[in-house]
Design a binder for this molecule. Structure first.
Ligand code: 5GP
Length: 185
């Protein structure tokens, strides 16, 4: 594993995390985005490299081999970060839910944890519906979001309300740059 920063972006589903992390890695070439494994099915229209989509058996084998930095079960599916192998000199970006963020913080207390919140539950709901999640899934994810919020807030180094995508990205890039400067001191 690199000795660069580990930046954990966490927050409830439908808050725009994937869009945010994609923009971050595009804007800052030193950032390297980890690709997670999941046992959930691909959503209609979802890119085939959004995740490494695997069976439970494949996932379990990797757990047994000790091949995950962290993993968890989230609403009936397994999600995990494979032990990262970023190019040297890179900082790692993880886009994961709160339980995984806790695991990373436990093993890497110096990780920078940014927790992103939606401006309103209604906004979050319409984003979840918009990406094609079934009604029951939307409901479950909103319930899960309420459960995650206090834990995420308590764990986070920074909490950002994503009411403007450009502003959120700019704020995160600034936080990352401050953190790099702080580590150099
Ligand atoms: P989704 O099914 O919406 O893609 O993801 C569900 C949740 O799992 C999101 O909060 C997402 O950030 C999180 N997630 C994605 N990859 C990982 C991972 O590798 N580990 C953990 N712990 N959570 C992940």
């Amino acid at each position: 594993m690199s000795d660069g920063l580990i930046i954990v972006v966490s927050g409830p589903g439908g808050v725009g995390k994937s869009t945010i992390v994609e923009a971050l890695v595009q804007r800052d070439p030193r950032l390297w985005l980890s690709r997670s494994w999941t046992t959930r099915d691909r959503r209609p229209g979802e890119s085939s490299d959004a995740y490494r989509f695997v069976t439970r058996e494949e996932f379990q084998r990797r757990i047994d081999d000790g091949g995950f930095l962290e993993w968890t079960e989230f609403i009936g599916n397994l999600y995990g970060t494979p032990s990262p192998e970023p190019p040297s000199g890179s900082d790692i970006v993880l886009e994961i839910e709160v339980d995984g963020a806790q695991q990373v913080k436990r093993h890497h207390p110096q990780a920078l944890l940014i927790f992103v919140l939606p401006p309103t539950r209604e906004e979050q709901r319409s984003r979840l519906v918009g990406r094609g999640d079934a009604d029951t899934k939307v409901h479950e994810r909103l319930r899960k979001a309420e459960e995650e919020e206090p834990v995420g807030r308590a764990l986070a180094d920074h909490v950002i309300v994503n009411d403007n995508l450009d502003a959120t990205i700019a704020e995160m890039l600034a936080l990352i740059s401050d953190e790099r400067a702080r580590r150099r001191r």
